[in-house]
Ligand binder design. Structure first.
Ligand code: NDP
Ligand code: 2IT
Length: 449
């Protein structure tokens, strides 16, 4: 069978078996297209149906999350945990609280996580969970009651050697702490079952920074393949949450100027660049005041706020989508290319649509998929798990050194498996093949499970 026929047959079957899950189909298609050549050449992978097994979650847990809001009303949310793959380690991956959360989104995220975690070289399987709960506008006590109800069901399905959740959209230090507290109470054990914990109760230094910093380290490695760096570059960032904030901080430290940040209502563009002092204001605005990005333009009137728009029409050398899936489409890719963008580094998961990826690759600019460039977050979660198991904590310098080493290794793996005959590095192919090989090898060895 040739690779194209394999992909067509595989995707037809996947869509038939998993109707109404467009994000999951999108994520699977990208990986299957990358590894099809490799699979059709391997009688073992074909016969033992490794890819067919990888796309079927080992387990999906779906549950009711009832809680009581400050007005005394009963509210019911949906809770999920997708335990995708445990071939190379316990299920590992974040929890997302956002109104848009559904099974398709969590299956796509858990699927991506499986290959991302494999790329880190650490022993972590793939998982993801979440709820359609929207933390925006909720009081701390409402968030706490919600987290406690969520964990009252989920606690029986997780554990330090079973499944280790962490943060994602809408889940940061506050939410992880509430979930950890309830988990500890119900299980009567103090273990490293969550990562992204507070430093006073087993969290790792550098975990908050890790995803954004790691993305910039990866971007530096990409640019270095062309004798270039962040120095003197204009960077457009989307999002203003955890990943965007620390991507902006590190990009600035590396000598770049950050021009934009955004949230789901619009973006700000600062013609003078977002200086370290202004970025400090954004940290305060988003993490303490829990405000909206438009307030930046009120505080700094030389900046503009554009409502209901994304930042990709602004001129930049480097684009870093750090908000959510499918937030950079083909028309926006055209605008970035027209304005001279030379490098796209994904901080979010699957932020670039397939047609936009094709445009970047056709133009031969540097483009890295999230599963490679945002892997620093989960890699540092892996380091948190190691520290918890040893009951020791490493210094920030030590964790940062390890993070740099891991990002550099992921970059080398992409170069090894993704370099095309003309020398262009196809990071999508490189990341997918490298991530897949380790998981497939472990599954082949473990029999039909
Ligand atoms: P946060 O909740 O801290 O921030 C999310 C940001 O993206 C906010 O600015 C939010 O705006 C914006 N956003 C969320 N949903 C949408 C949407 N539907 N449309 C437009 N903007 C949106 O999350 P993180 O920074 O942790 O996560 C950002 C991305 O990075 C996600 O794709 C996540 O999966 C990925 N990621 C996160 C890691 C981590 O360690 N946290 C690790 C690897 C990847 P608003 O305030 O309006 O909601
Ligand atoms: O998408 C991701 O890699 C994350 N949200 C981080 C997961 C983790 O377990 O740290």
């Amino acid at each position: 069978m040739n690779a194209k026929t394999y992909v067509d047959n595989f995707m037809n079957e996947l869509v038939t078996k998993n109707p109404g899950e467009p994000e999951f189909h999108q994520a699977v298609r990208e990986v299957v297209e990358s590894v099809a050549d490799y699979i059709v050449e391997s009688p073992q992978l074909m016969k033992l149906k490794v890819m067919e097994r990888i796309v079927e979650p080992e387990r999906v847990i779906m549950f009711r999350v009832p809680w009581v809001n400050d007005a005394g009303e009963v509210v019911i949310n949906k809770g999920y945990r997708v335990q995708m793959n445990s071939a190379i380690g316990p299920y590992k991956g974040g929890v997302r609280f956002h109104a848009s959360v559904n099974l398709s989104i969590l299956k796509f995220l858990a699927f991506e996580q499986t290959f991302k975690n494999s790329l880190t070289t650490l022993p972590m399987g793939g998982g993801k969970g979440g709820s359609n709960f929207d933390p925006k506008g909720k009081s701390d006590m409402e968030v706490m009651r919600f987290c406690q109800s969520f964990i009252t069901e989920l606690y029986r399905h997780i554990g330090p050697d079973t499944d280790v959740p962490a943060g994602d959209i809408g889940v940061g230090g506050r939410e992880v702490a509430y979930m950890f507290g309830q988990y500890k109470r119900l299980s009567n054990e103090f273990t490293g079952t969550f990562t992204g914990k507070g430093i006073s109760f087993g969290g790792s230094l550098m975990r908050p920074e890790a995803t954004g910093y790691g993305a910039c380290y990866f971007g530096e490695a990409m640019l270095a393949t062309r004798g270039d760096s962040y120095k003197g570059k204009k960077v457009c960032i989307s999002g203003s949450g955890n990943v965007a904030q620390f991507a902006a901080k590190k990009a600035t430290e590396l000598g770049a100027t950050v021009m934009t940040m955004s949230d789901s209502n619009g973006y700000i563009y600062d013609p003078d660049g977002i200086s370290p002092e202004k970025l400090q204001y954004i940290f305060q605005l988003k993490n303490v005041l829990r405000g909206r990005i438009k307030e930046y333009a009120v505080k700094y009137p030389t900046a503009k706020y554009v409502a209901d728009a994304r930042p990709w029409g602004e001129k930049c050398d480097i684009a870093m989508p750090c908000a959510t899936q499918n937030e950079l489409n083909g028309a926006e890719a055209d605008m970035l290319l027209k304005n001279g963008c030379k490098c796209v580094v994904e901080g979010a998961n699957m932020p670039t649509t397939p047609d936009a990826i094709a445009k970047f690759q056709a133009a031969k600019i540097l483009y890295s998929p999230g599963k490679a460039s945002n892997a620093g977050g989960v890699a540092t979660s892996g380091l948190e798990m190691s520290q918890n198991s040893m009951r020791l904590g490493w210094s920030a310098e030590e964790v940062d050194q390890r993070l740099r080493g891991i990002m550099s290794n992921i970059h080398s793996a992409c170069v090894k498996y993704g370099t095309e005959p003309d020398g262009y590095i196809n990071y999508v192919k490189g990341a997918n093949i490298s991530g897949f090989m380790k998981v497939a090898d472990a599954m082949l060895a473990q029999g039909i499970v």
